[in-house]
Design a protein around this ligand. Sequence first.
Ligand code: ADP
Length: 395
Amino acid sequence: MGLHILVINSGSSSIKFSLIEVDTHKTVISGLAEKLGLETAVLHAKHNGETQTIELEKNDHETAMQAILKTLQEKGLGKEIKAVGHRVVHGGEYFSSSTIVTPEVIKAIEKCVPYAPLHNPANLIGITGALHAVPELPQVAVFDTAFHQTLPQHAYLYAVPTEWYKEHGVRRYGFHGISYRFVTQEAASSLQIPLDNSAFVCAHLGNGASITAILNGKSVDTSMGFTPLEGLVMGTRSGDIDPALIGYLSDVLKKEAHEIVDMLNKKSGLLGLSGLSNDMRELEAAAANGDERAKTAIEIFVFRLAKYIAAMSVSLPRVDALIFTGGIGENSVLLRRKVIERLAVLGYFIDEEANGRTIRGKAGIITNQQSKKAIVINTNEELMIAMDTAALVKS
Ligand code: ADP
């Protein structure tokens, strides 16, 4: 029996889990405890193709963690777990790689709470819940920000008073690092390029979306900033706007600055533009039926992304390949075609047939022979967390 790692992604009202056999990359069981903090918290667990739903006695994170472990034990999987790997959103400047959880590590994650007030407290509850439930197992923290700690100063500093950085940590941190590290390794291997001599522009396009320039396996520029709000147009986030809008809207809408920021995070992006949905599939269907706002939302998403691909290319000495990943990057034939059409100036030309067939878990090059390479790679953040956890536990 190979090494099994329990991967935990604890959010404010949910805990996602999966048990991964590291050697085979197989997900043995996975699931989701949801509606935590609400009246009816439930746990769904998928094992051998069957989904089981269990009502939770209490609606807190610790009860959910215990229910997850009980479910694993009932299925005879409890003894297989050798360590627990936790996704942690913000590691600030404290963490440039994954780490075994110690009391000092917990303190440092707590210090990053002001930077990620929704995510880090939930991540910490996941860690403490697991520490109580399985104190005998090593726990590992894997950070979304860690990969971007290699950003050079010219990429991470904003052009604002330097004291803001020194005294208040105001800088670009970047996110989606777990995904970037995974897909970069996969792309290098698939294209048979040594990772330590590679140059990729990588677009992670999910509900949240960002883009990163990666040189020799290291992040050198990225579009998300102090928070995940900056950069590309996303499902519900605006991405880049003129920061002066916050003061202006605060005046005209008679709202506090944090309420405007909340609307930029939750009511903007594809949802705000279309007035319909944050989901690219739904927008593509609506656009095909002639919905003008859905068409506009997609155009703006594409335009911003194409501009950012050009900008990220400038952060690299050359580009070996443009990588698409995340739900939209891995599945939206339309979006990829529209973006590549805008990139003719940089030497990218679509292969319609290859683009059309590279969906639903398929990976591969989607540009033609004359083109610079664009490739679709399927991300697997859970597997990356499991591999990091296994490596730290083994060492
Ligand atoms: P998250 O960031 O929440 O992990 P995902 O990476 O799963 O999100 O991406 C979700 C996005 O991917 C949604 O906008 C969804 O519509 C989009 N998506 C998934 N499948 C398709 C598809 N076949 N065509 C277009 N968009 C798709």
